[in-house]
Design a protein around this ligand. Structure first.
Ligand code: 6PG
Length: 478
């Protein structure tokens, strides 16, 4: 056997990971259920490095040095289970299966446990960066056993993105930790994109600016604290003209945002963990709303001349652009703060001991949410691993407080004008909720006690209490 690592599943992500490995000098065994893809890979890119193609899974496994390391890059769900089931009888003790798909972390935990029981090792590994990233350097988030990372790490470090000489890969935590972190990455990706979309909408409504002009504003923003891959490609998309019609590309695309489901998983998990990830949730629901075509049409008709709202009136264009920029940044900080809270909650629930500073460093390069401000997030969690929320780190506290007047102006103007800004406004509400000394939650506790004797705690002494609401309204210790 000559191959140092294998890849099965040669759709574009798998093929590009295999090419990345080969280009970095590894001898890569490649396999696909229908062998045509492996042949095509060799025909198109065989010259890029050392590939060992195999048509039968047995030959693929036999071509690998031990302990074998096999990357599985197939559809999450049943297809992944099917490949694992075919592979396991062919493997030997300590061989490693690495699932680089977007698996649900609960599936990863189940698979890891099963394979550990068979004496094998299973690494659920988040990979971000799309097709381009897979080929030229993704951000890689491996979970699984630390011993598996000892074997795998040196390989992954060669193919990962690099920032300041550091590879964007590290062992995130045991069993499902890698896929959990990747899931939250995708949730943040949803929030980031929704925020960028709201900023674009406000600029277009407020300035009557063309998509090309807004692209220029985004390019300008991309030189500062908002510097990120998503802002950069948003400018590309806004600049683009549809060849068939000559219209701005963004005007000929149907305004229905699709999703493959990782954002939904993030929200479902946040509900289970009781973590308020309002930015990600609003972004996910905004996609759902965009797809409610019949309801949208009915409401547009019903409220064509009712419901309020007026044109956004902007008297100072430069001030407005700066307000939107600051509102975007503050909202973005909230979305990331919430995502990192969820990572911490998951880490505690499952005993993963995830280092949030390290996660921020992994995301600085290669991944879809790569952004300059992740340097500051990494620094914040490195300086204080127990930071209660990113919002109180001195750097971010200043950024958010300085941005608050702009944030409030933008959200209130949008509300008056009837421009929906679910992510901007819910992030602001979260910020205000978090910093409030007393919340109306006290009334909710009173209501719960009134209708259901659910009891409440008092601010002035310990214990649980119940008021006899339908009797003499005296209080009893519960
Ligand atoms: C990445 C992306 C990727 C994801 C797409 C599509 O990190 O490279 O997150 O994994 O599949 O972004 O996601 P949706 O179809 O859910 O928008």
């Amino acid at each position: 056997p000559v191959a140092q690592i294998g890849v099965t599943g040669l759709a574009v992500m798998g093929a590009n990971l295999a090419r990345n490995l080969a280009r970095k000098g590894f001898t890569v065994a490649v396999h696909n259920r229908s062998p045509q893809r492996a042949r095509q890979l060799l025909a198109d890119h065989g010259h890029e490095g050392a590939f060992v193609p195999a048509e039968a899974l047995t030959d693929f496994v036999a071509s690998l040095q031990r302990p074998r390391a096999i990357i599985v890059m197939v559809q999450a769900g049943a297809a992944t289970d099917a490949v694992i089931d075919q592979l396991t009888p062919l493997l030997d003790a300590d061989d490693i299966i690495i699932d680089c798909g977007n698996a649900h972390y609960a599936d990863t935990r189940r698979r890891e446990e099963t394979l550990r029981g068979l004496g094998l090792r299973f690494v659920g590994c988040g990979v971000s960066g799309g097709e381009e990233g897979a080929l030229t350097g993704p951000s890689i988030m491996p979970g699984g056993a630390a011993e598996a990372y000892a074997t795998l790490g040196p390989i992954l470090e060669k193919i990962a993105a690099r920032v300041d000489g550091q590879p964007c890969v590290a062992h995130v935590g045991s069993d499902g930790a890698g896929h959990f972190v990747k899931m939250v990455h995708n949730g943040i990706e949803y929030a980031d994109m929704q925020l960028i979309a709201e900023a674009y909408d406000l600029l277009r409504e407020g300035l009557w600016a063309s998509p090309k002009q807004i692209a220029q504003i985004f390019r300008q923003w991309n030189t500062g604290e908002l510097n990120s891959f998503l802002v950069e490609i948003a400018a590309d998309v806004l600049e683009h003209t549809d060849a068939a019609t000559g219209r701005p590309f963004v005007d000929i695309v149907a305004d229905i945002a699709a999703q493959k489901g990782t954002g939904r998983w993030t929200v479902q998990s946040a509900l289970d963990l009781n973590v308020p990830i309002t930015g990600i949730a609003e972004a996910t629901f905004a996609r759902a709303l965009s797809g409610s075509v019949d309801q949208r049409r009915a409401a547009a008709d019903a409220f064509a001349h009712a419901g309020g709202g007026h044109a956004l009136t902007v008297s100072d264009a430069d001030l407005f652009v700066e307000d939107v920029r600051r509102a975007l940044y503050a909202s973005k900080v909230v979305a990331y703060a919430q995502g990192f809270d969820q990572i911490d909650a998951g880490s505690q629930r499952y005993g993963w001991k995830i280092d949030r500073g390290q996660v921020a460093r992994l995301w600085r390069g290669g991944c879809i949410i790569r952004a300059r401000f992740l340097d500051h997030i990494a620094a914040a969690y490195t300086a204080d691993p127990q930071l209660p929320t990113l919002l109180v780190d001195p750097y971010f506290a200043t950024a958010v407080a300085d941005g608050a007047p702009s944030w409030r102006r933008v959200v209130s103007e949008a509300v008056w004008a009837g421009v929906p800004t679910p992510a901007f406004s819910s992030s602001l509400a979260y910020f205000d909720g978090l910093r409030r000394d007393r919340l109306p939650a006290a009334l909710i506790q009173g209501l719960r006690d009134h209708f259901g004797a659910h009891t409440y705690r008092r601010v002035d002494r310990p214990g649980s209490f119940h008021t006899r609401w339908s009797g003499d309204r005296g209080e009893a210790a519960a």
